[in-house]
Design a protein around this ligand. Structure first.
Ligand SMILES: *Cc1c(COP(=O)(O)O)cnc(C)c1O
Length: 391
């Protein structure tokens, strides 16, 4: 973190951390036999840069990539990815033909969607069943009908059913009764699909938390999002696996200055200096995805210590307590990072504002410049910029 900060405020993503995490996850799930790994890179790779993260995950052996929308899948194809790729969120009228032409596997939740997909040409389709999340996926009452229509379309050569899958509601709480119930319901769906004559290549149920905590839910492949980025899907529950957070958010201090005991800081004066102190102004705010709720709650890292955010987070800036020090303008401020030096992590920010690390890394962006580095390629302490700057 001693390297110069070229930007006012930036997101630095270490693709070596992504590769490291993918290898750890693959090894972990393959202990009792081969299980394929899908790296989930939706929502711009959880804010890490979809294309760069996808390439790193493939390099490290990810068998599949997973995204929500057809647009995301087509963007991966346009960037040169040609491997197995699944998307699972579409609205009527979406461009299934483009997905099919690009070799993207799409997901159908209903007979209507299946027929729409079949209309787009011989398509590779996965069927999603709702086993208890009560979100997307075919409800229990429609499973038999969906499977029999799928089998008919398959016999007509209009689709190939390549997968059957579902999604867990509470995999981050291993003792939650929904886990057993959903796994049992999924096994029932697979039996019904088999009875209907379907023979999918892959069946899958687990996200990151279940990949790590619930081997019985592994089936043929696991869909890992958050753990790919080195963040903990179930804080306080997950064993130590050596995952490495890939994202660091940092900025340059705009200025530091003295404030007197009793002075109010930032909009609304929601914090007053208890004694004479110094504060620093950091050029990132809620317009850059820094949660406004971090006011008087989160910490940042300046000159080897954690400094509390004082007062409200503004649209473009926030103020931190420097406890009497007056570091020069341009001093590096780390909002969060892997935590190696003692800096806060995305999980610390999540805890501070009452959310999950997923939201912290996915929402950060706005005007921040994102840069990808590869710490495996670093000579000593000189970071190698991959030359890709996005946003
Ligand atoms: C986002 C998503 C995942 C990844 O979940 P993580 O908890 O980040 O591992 C897996 N499956 C589906 C269907 C998803 O939407």
């Amino acid at each position: 973190m001693t390297d110069p900060v070229p930007s006012r405020a930036e997101i630095v993503v270490d693709v070596a951390a992504v590769r490291h995490n993918v290898r750890i996850l693959k090894d972990l799930v393959s202990v009792d036999g081969p299980v394929q790994l899908m790296a989930v890179v939706k929502a711009d790779g959880y804010g890490h840069g979809m294309v760069e993260v996808a390439a790193a995950a493939r390099d490290a052996g990810a068998d599949w990539l997973g995204v929500a929308t057809i647009e995301e899948a087509l963007a991966l194809r346009a960037a040169g990815d040609h491997g197995p790729l699944l998307c699972w969120l579409s609205a009527p009228g979406d461009d299934f033909a483009a997905a099919v032409a690009a070799g993207v596997e799409v997901t159908a939740y209903s007979v209507a969607e299946l027929e729409e997909v079949a209309g787009a040409g011989p398509a590779r389709v996965q069927l999603k069943v709702d086993t208890g999340l009560s979100r997307g996926g075919a409800p229990r009452s429609e499973w038999e009908h969906l499977f029999s229509v799928a089998h008919d379309l398959e016999r007509q050569g209009r689709i190939t059913v390549t997968g059957i899958w579902s999604h867990l509601a509470a995999s981050d709480e291993p003792a939650h009764p929904a886990n057993d119930a959903q796994e049992a319901a999924f096994r029932e769906a697979l039996a019904l699909a088999d009875a209907a004559g379907l023979d999918p290549d892959v069946t899958h149920l687990a996200n990151s938390a279940a990949a790590i905590l619930r081997p019985s839910a592994h089936f043929d492949l696991v869909r890992c999002g958050i753990a790919t980025y080195g963040l903990d899907p179930a804080p306080g529950v997950t064993p130590r696996l050596g995952l490495r957070p890939a994202m660091t958010v940092r900025a340059r201090l705009l200025m530091s200055k003295a404030v007197r005991a009793g002075d109010g800081v930032s909009y609304g004066h929601t914090w007053h200096a208890v004694e004479d102190t110094t504060v620093g102004v950091v050029p990132a705010g809620y317009g850059d995805g820094v949660p406004r709720a971090a006011g008087n709650a989160a910490h940042v890292w300046v000159e080897d210590s954690q400094r509390p955010v004082r007062g409200r987070v503004c649209m473009d800036q926030l103020v931190v307590d420097l406890h009497g020090e007056l570091p020069p303008s341009g001093t590096e401020v780390v909002l969060f990072g892997p935590g190696d030096l003692g800096e806060p992590t995305a999980q610390d920010w999540a805890d501070a504002v009452g959310t999950i690390s997923y939201e912290i890394v996915t929402r950060v962006g706005g005007r921040l410049v994102r840069r990808h580095v590869d710490s495996d390629a670093l000579a000593e302490d000189e970071p190698e910029d991959t030359g890709r700057t996005t946003r």
